[in-house]
Design a protein around this ligand. Structure first.
Ligand SMILES: [Zn+2]
Length: 438
């Protein structure tokens, strides 16, 4: 008897083996369910998060109506705006240059010369980076409505350029129909393209250019952040910034590719700048309108490298809180920039005009680390989608939504602040240059 119980108990004590095998199966089952849930539900969550904000239903403030919904609607409004320039008599010229590799795409340039003396010329250019043209068009519309009544048509002429990159605007793409970043494409010498080098881009190339179609959104997201951490450890954040901001001229499928020759859009803009410099105006103010870079809640006036004022002096002169000049900590130079080209052209033409060519940059993602990382992700993803497509329609939509939001934010609050900043900056610059009554 003494022994029996032990014999009987032994097998009862051996559930260890049974417990051992059951526990991992259950754990694995739960883990699998969680993974499946994340893989299946995660993309839907990311898709919802990427969607644009609905427009305010009622009582929407007037400034919001400046923002167009489509390239076509924006263009139509721009062309109709001609009729409101009556104070210029019959001297208004609209030129529509077909460009962009498909029917119905144009660079539209509206020009009205001063009726008596060629004193001041104000040039606004928009949509150099396609998708940024929606905000650019809004600001030209604002200028037409709110600034034109304050200008003196006898002394002040205007040139407005709608959609320097119409293909990119229509298709919500930063680059043009040849996948060229137009604001890296302006050089005075035809052989300049081959001379540009960006070693940091070549170091980062495998991270910036992906070889295969984009798949499940969650897996893709996890892989991106994993790769990013690896790249930061290996090369540092400085190399990533250098790779991107300068532009590159060696990888036509890559991001921020500046091209191998002057694109047709570039040639048209160069022609417009040349005509402006040759038209005999004493003072020229040129504002090129962009979105993306900089703090989300404050538009930046980004000076060309010829600017001699310090940040403080320029801020004081324009009565505007955020002006970046070559002395600023965050200032960076890009190759092939159109405002830089304008100054080089002035020099070559030996024009005596007092030229001020600058960029208004409406920040959208913010300048903190999280904003920079999301901006980088959206840039790489959109380029990868363009080059290789996607195996998942949901992932594709997430990428497209994020990209559009990055350059044309749907948030009403953002739009109203952009409108307020443009009013303040434009008034400041024009008053400083003596083009608006003080
Ligand atoms: Zn831009």
């Amino acid at each position: 008897m003494d022994r029996l119980p032990t014999r009987q108990v032994e097998p009862l004590q051996s559930p260890p083996t049974g417990k051992k095998s059951k526990f991992p199966i259950k754990t694995a089952g739960i883990a699998l369910a969680i993974v499946l849930l994340i893989e299946l539900a995660g993309p839907q969550v990311l898709l919802q998060l990427s969607k644009p904000k609905p427009a305010p239903a009622q009582g929407s403030p007037a400034g919001l109506s400046y923002f167009p919904d489509s390239y076509e609607a924006s263009r139509q409004r721009f062309i109709q705006g001609k009729s409101t320039l009556k104070s210029y008599g019959s001297g208004i010229k609209l030129t529509s240059y077909p460009v962009g590799g498909e029917n119905g795409l144009y660079i539209d340039a509206m020009k009205a010369d001063a009726t008596k003396t060629m004193q001041n010329l104000i040039i606004l250019t928009s949509g150099m980076h396609g998708v940024e043209g929606y905000v650019g068009s809004a600001m030209i519309e604002l200028f037409r409505n709110e600034f034109m009544p304050k200008l003196d048509p006898t002394t002040t002429g205007v040139i407005w350029v709608h959609a320097a990159n119409p293909w990119g605007m229509k298709h919500n793409h930063r680059y043009n129909e040849d996948h060229v970043d137009l604001n890296r494409n302006f050089f005075d010498q035809p052989d300049a393209y081959g001379k540009q080098q960006n070693p940091s881009y070549q170091v980062m190339r495998s991270f910036l250019e992906k070889p295969s179609p984009v798949g499940n959104a969650v897996n893709h997201e996890v892989a991106f952040f994993g790769d990013l951490i690896g790249e930061i450890i290996r090369h540092g954040t400085g190399t990533i910034s250098e790779a991107l901001l300068q532009g590159q001229y060696e990888n036509p499928q890559g991001v921020y590719y500046g091209g191998a020759k002057a694109e047709r859009s570039t040639q048209i803009l160069q022609h417009i700048y040349e005509e402006a410099l040759n038209s005999g105006y004493a003072r020229i103010v040129h504002v090129d309108l962009h979105t993306g870079y900089g703090p989300r809640d404050q538009m930046s006036i980004f000076s060309a490298s010829k600017e001699t004022m310090t940040e403080e002096q320029a801020s004081q002169a324009f009565q505007y809180p955020l002006v970046l000049t070559p002395t600023s900590k965050d200032y960076y130079a890009t190759s092939g920039d159109n405002t830089e080209y304008f100054y080089t052209l002035k020099q070559r033409l030996q024009s005596s005009a007092d030229l001020y060519s600058t960029t208004f940059e409406f920040g959208t993602m913010g300048v903190d680390t999280w904003g920079s990382v999301r901006s980088l992700r959206n840039t790489i993803d959109e380029n990868s989608l363009y080059a290789n497509g996607s195996t998942s329609p949901i992932t594709e939509q997430i990428i497209l939504n994020r990209y559009k939001e990055m350059f044309d934010p749907s948030d009403a609050e953002w739009r109203l602040k952009a409108v307020a900043d443009f009013r303040q900056a434009m008034s400041g610059v024009l008053k400083y240059k003596g083009m608006l009554a003080k």
